[in-house]
Design a protein around this ligand. Structure first.
Ligand code: SF4
Length: 348
């Protein structure tokens, strides 16, 4: 794995982004921002899964104002998503937004950009410049690839802020197409010092979207690129957070909650391992410690993996052998597989 690109660290509320800080997991609410109670509820749920930064849509002045009340009910920093209207950016800052997501080029005259940059700087609030392949400005250089156009668009937006002496910047360059996204991030990573927010845009429903996101995000992380991560899914945002952590855990970049090792099952299995692993997975969602748990379907290949885990079970006909840190600690009856395994996990 490549050494991580060290970017300029910025602070969004209490969360450090970039530098040597851990890669941060981000999501976005799917509630109506005007509905303060539902938005707080959803953010609380996201916090419960480990979400560290949350973005909310700010389509109008009322939504910007709602940020003040939402902030009172949550503990993680909130980023206001603004398009076109600089007054909404100012209102969101006034309401206490910890970050802005806005493209200065979209808000018109230079004076408006200047007012926003000044207000953000006074409050130490960073701005994320987010370029999406689907909404690129018309190019005067059609020979450029989409990735190159994305980079050019981002550099243009960055320059607008830098010219105002504003450098609390984070950048994202998202496309649905994974190779385009990777190419764009690889290019811009060498050109700017700012932290990068990575993800695959409009990745789809969980079945395909998690795979598409994982391919793109993990390739970039493996290349050392990325300071914050969002898995964009057409689903409840909790799924985005869970998927982001699974990617980071798979690359040993973050520890977060349990890791479940389970065999795929085959003709040797003498228990319904698919059902058993599903039940264990459900129960593990509530466990908040980094622990490796193995659920294996037979006594031929099972013990090896089960021994390697912190707590493992290798099932045979009607009974299973229970392992803790590589040592066999008991034999369990089939009716007690889940309860005994989980009791050991709780005790660990
Ligand atoms: Fe099959 Fe046993 Fe391997 Fe599971 S552990 S896939 S049951 S051989």
């Amino acid at each position: 794995m490549n050494r991580r690109r060290i970017s300029k660290a910025i602070q969004i509320g209490k969360v450090t982004i970039g530098g040597n800080a851990p890669i941060v997991v981000q999501s976005m609410t799917k509630t109506d921002t005007h509905d303060v109670m539902s938005t707080i509820q959803q953010i609380e749920e996201l916090e419960g899964c480990g979400c560290e930064l949350v973005r909310v849509a700010v389509p109008d002045a009322e939504a910007a104002l709602a940020i003040r009340a939402i902030k009172k009910g949550i503990s993680i920093p909130i980023i206001a998503d603004i398009h076109f209207d600089y007054r909404l950016a100012l209102a969101a800052l006034e309401a206490g937004a910890d970050g802005l997501r806005l493209n200065p080029g979209n808000i018109g005259e230079a004076e408006k950009v200047e007012v926003v940059a000044k207000a953000a700087r006074e409050r130490n609030v960073p701005i994320r410049i987010g370029v999406n392949a689907g909404s690129l400005p018309r190019t005067t250089s059609p020979q450029l690839t989409i990735a190159q156009q994305m980079v050019a668009a981002a550099l243009e937006q960055i320059r607008l802020l830098e010219n105002l002496d504003f450098d609390l910047i984070k950048v994202s360059l998202k496309a649905f197409d994974v190779p385009t996204t990777i190419e764009a991030y690889q290019d811009i990573a060498q050109r700017i010092p700012y932290p990068l927010h990575i993800g695959i845009t409009e990745a789809g429903t969980p079945r395909t979207g998690i795979i598409r996101s994982t391919v793109g995000i993990s390739t970039l992380l493996y290349l050392g690129i990325g300071d914050t991560v969002r898995v964009s899914l057409t689903a409840h945002p909790r799924e985005e957070v869970i998927a982001a952590y699974e990617i980071l855990k798979s690359l040993n970049l973050r520890q977060h909650g349990p890791i479940l090792v389970s065999c795929p099952s085959c003709g040797r299995a003498e228990v319904d391992i698919i059902k058993l692993a599903g039940e264990v997975e459900e129960r593990l969602v509530k466990i908040n410690k980094p622990i490796k748990v193995a659920v294996m379907g037979c006594v031929v290949n099972g013990p090896g993996e089960a021994k390697d885990a912190d707590i493992g079970i290798a099932c045979g006909k009607g009974r299973a052998v229970l392992f803790k840190k590589g040592k066999q600690i008991g034999v369990v009856e089939e009716k007690d597989f889940v309860s005994v395994l989980m009791a050991e996990v709780e005790r660990f």
